[in-house]
Ligand binder design. Structure first.
Ligand code: G6P
Length: 369
């Protein structure tokens, strides 16, 4: 294993650092095509996607959080209604089915039993428009789906998913723009801007990776904690969820994520000097709202760890620590902000001496119920 690991201590760390390459590979076919062409999803994709009336996403774990992120894109860019549901919930309820909706399953392994069963259930309800976003060619879920988009993260060995997540996000963004284009909701200027943003993404991810030494310093303060709270708003709320999941999976610190606006409806009661609060606060339209949420935490003595962009003018203090990415990257910002929360979980686990690549009680792929 040491040969495969190269300069890295764990597969998770290696896989975190592979993300610029993994993302570049995943969008390679798109960049070659120079447009969001339906064929990226399969030969008869244009026919399947053209009259889609809505999108239903089904997944588990980290893949579910990729779906939650995509919902913001699908509704704002493709202007289609989108619901995202945990596969193990969907498969056991009497779900409403509109066969004109697109069923999108997201699975790194392509073998997760609940996601596979949710897909079968959707088909039994009359759904024929099915699309799999998957990292393992010819695995069970893509084989059972009409359309497929393979992420090209390469083999992911660490149980905690990292490069699969960011490549799922770019696949979902590509799907969003493809739907928008097919349905006449994306003009050429917008299309060119989105392709350009994707092209620049590997570089922006590399800039976020360069923050690792700063994040490692934070994680020393995290390691002794029992609990942590993650906050985000809008499209960055799912990144807060993913950050909390990563931290609990590998460091065993209890972590919860909340949309920052919901703080006052409960979690604020938990905030005191011993509760670290991680805030995902890029310089987007919700920044001022997030800043006032931060004041609520500050007033209760909470210690804050803010991930933001260089241009967001965040005041630092003894209570408020700030790490900045070089710039706000616009619509793809959640992909960039996934990096520091992965690094935080990794370094907190390292400081606690846990088995990073094989956390207790968890499996890489859950093929039983
Ligand atoms: C397990 C893994 C997670 C993963 C989830 C869904 O719980 O530990 O990292 O997110 O399964 O897996 P999938 O392969 O369907 O994306």
């Amino acid at each position: 294993a040491s040969l495969e690991l190269g300069p890295y201590r764990h597969f998770m760390q290696k896989e975190i650092h592979e993300q610029p390459r993994a993302v570049a590979d995943t969008i390679e076919a798109l960049i070659d095509a120079g447009a969001f062409v339906a064929e990226l999803f399969g030969d008869d994709a244009a026919e399947v996607l053209r009259d889609v009336e809505g999108v239903q996403i089904l997944a588990c774990g980290t893949s579910y959080y990729a779906g939650l992120t995509a919902r913001y894109w699908i509704e704002s860019i493709a202007k289609l209604p989108c619901t995202v549901e945990i596969a193990s919930e969907y498969r056991y309820r009497e779900a409403f089915a509109n066969p004109k909706n697109l069923i999108v399953t997201i699975s790194q392994s392509g073998e997760t039993l609940d996601t596979m069963e949710a897909l079968k259930y959707a088909k039994s309800l009359g759904h024929t428009k099915t699309l799999s976003i998957c990292n393992v060619p010819e695995s069970a879920i893509p084989r059972a789906s009409r359309l497929v988009y393979y992420t090209r993260a390469g083999a992911e060995i660490g149980v905690a998913s990292t490069k699969a997540f960011t490549t799922q996000l770019v696949a979902l963004f590509t799907l969003t723009c493809t739907l928008a284009r097919l349905q006449g909701r994306l003009d050429e200027t917008q299309e060119a801007a989105h392709i350009d943003a994707l092209r620049q993404l590997p570089g922006s991810i590399q800039h976020a990776l360069n923050l690792e030494p700063q994040v490692a310093v934070w994680s020393d303060r995290f390691a002794p904690k029992q609990h942590a709270l993650f906050l985000g708003r809008g499209v960055h709320y799912p990144i807060a969820l993913e950050g909390a999941l990563k931290l609990k999976e590998i460091s065993y610190i209890h972590a919860e994520a909340y949309p920052a606006g919901e703080l006052k409806h409960g979690p604020l009661a938990l905030v005191d000097e011993s509760m670290p609060v991680v805030v995902i606060a890029p310089n987007d339209a919700l920044l001022e709202k997030v800043k006032s949420n931060i004041q609520e935490v500050r007033a209760r003595g909470g210690e804050m760890f803010v991930f933001t962009d260089a241009d967001s003018h965040f005041g630092e203090s003894e209570q408020v620590h700030v790490i900045r990415t070089p710039r706000h990257v616009g619509v793809l910002s959640p992909v960039v902000h996934a990096i520091p929360v992965q690094l935080l979980a990794y370094h907190a686990a390292l400081a606690r001496g846990t088995d990073v690549d094989k956390p207790r009680n968890l499996a890489k792929s859950v093929t039983v119920e």
